[in-house]
Design a protein around this ligand. Structure first.
Ligand SMILES: [Zn+2]
Length: 144
């Protein structure tokens, strides 16, 4: 009984669902490692950490629009940082206690792919005092 319920929770009804095999076919190995295995790209190596191009960042796995350059700020942490998502329902939050720290994982609400983590109370001079620390490789920027 319990197993059935857990199974159902794992099957969380993302609008976009592909098998692991389909994700592997769709994504490059590096994209797969971050998006589907919750990896982290090395700091200061991604395409967008220092980008000031105006536009919209979409999920690289499914294309859902997630963040805008309007909410991007220079955190100097080595990853693209946003103080808010494009809309609250575009992302979901999962408690992550891997690496012995309590962190909040940010996933794409449309397909469940891993994007990064959100931190708050760090003192950045932004409207929310939150930092959505997002892997460049999880998103794709479409310039305006
Ligand atoms: Zn997605």
């Amino acid at each position: 009984m319990r197993e059935t319920r857990q199974h159902r929770e794992e099957q969380h009804s993302y609008p976009i669902r592909l098998s692991e095999q389909q994700w592997r076919a769709k994504l490059t190995p590096a994209e797969y490692a971050v998006l589907r295995e919750a990896g982290t790209e090395p700091a200061f190596t991604g395409e967008y950490w220092d980008s000031h191009t105006q536009g919209v960042y979409s999920c690289r796995a499914c294309g859902s629009e997630l963040f805008r350059s309007d909410e991007k700020f220079d955190s100097h942490c080595g990853w693209p940082s946003f103080f808010a998502p494009l809309a609250a329902d575009r992302v979901e939050y999962i408690e992550d206690s891997s690496l012995g720290m309590r962190r909040v994982e940010v996933r794409c609400a449309a397909c469940g792919s891993h994007l990064g983590h959100v931190f708050e109370g760090e003192g950045y001079d932004t409207p929310t005092d939150q930092r959505y620390c997002i892997n460049s490789i999880s998103v794709r920027l479409e310039a305006r």
